[in-house]
Design a protein around this ligand. Sequence first.
Ligand code: PLP
Length: 371
Amino acid sequence: MDKNSEEWLQSKLREIKSFNRYVKPESALDVTLEAGIEAEKVIKLNQNENLFLSKDFLCSLLNDVINEIDLRLYSKEGEVELKEAIGKYVGLPSDYVILGNGSDQIIDLIIRTFLGKDSVAVSIKPTYSMYKWSVNHLGAKYFEIPLREDFSLNVEGILESSKGNKGICFICSPNNPTGNQFELEDVRAIIESFPGLVLVDEAYVEFAKNSLTKLVKKYKNLIVTRTFSKAFGLAGVRIGYALSNSEISTAIFEYAQLPYSLNCIGLRLALKVLEMVDRFKKSIDGLKEEREKLMGRLNSIKGVRAFKSDANFILFQVMKPYEKVFNDLFDKGVLVRKIGKVLNLEGCLRVTVGLPYMNDRFIEALTSISE
Ligand SMILES: Cc1ncc(COP(=O)(O)O)c(C=O)c1O
């Protein structure tokens, strides 16, 4: 490499390293290495994965899939079939569906496709970190409008912040990390008046009361993103989708998305899940029941306050220093997510709703630390 090229490369690397780094949360292996607890004994409740579905059941689906696919082929038919099945599941035509390698990849694609350096992105605070991460990479402006004290949307604040500039507004509902689903009327008011696209992230919607997908036909500027990672337990497979009118969906999926962005295993697995969706709905109901129990148990621990959730996780505040609570749980083999300050609430943590025995271990550990 000559000196000029080397300088160019180094300046590009400096530019890349000036972006925010996405730090992946702790894994079971980290607990093994640092606290000496075997990985199988670690209670991993820090990434809102769906532990409520049995690993064996999902593996049996994978076994079926393996006999049905041909790994040597690119799977155009798989995409067509999955779009049709998703359309049926949500009650929309299949050309309203965009497929992606996890909903993160679709969110990033939408940001790269629709935003430029001069556009604005508006979202709420606190919320899912990926919107800001992707917007920052692009160099566009990102405004964060704090939720109101009761975790509801500040509709006026959101509309005011865009000041007529075109762009994208991100609403995560149910919101990560607060867990609440926003009032339909508030979201609708934003869709009607925001001068650009409104992306509603419904990653956790199956655990909540209602969905905005029925509004996709009505509003030209609405995109709803969803995933198979949460309710359907396939986080490791990476299957996400978005729903928007056919004009937007076709533009994104046929012109902007990489061809064959989903692998044939994921496509077929997702199809299988939707074929037996009632079985998954039963497990979702079980998880919701367990969530309410966990909420009650958290609130009965002295020095702990848990917030109502419409998702598969619960935000809670601890009166003791939260970093110490996190570390003490870690040392006992229980992984939760460090959140910190949420609006004016100091010391928040987030926990995934796990199977009853996992929640027991978590509650037992937290009780001994907090009281
Ligand atoms: C709100 C929200 N949206 C999207 C995602 C990403 O989901 P996926 O696995 O489909 O990329 C997550 C993952 O935790 C999330 O919390």
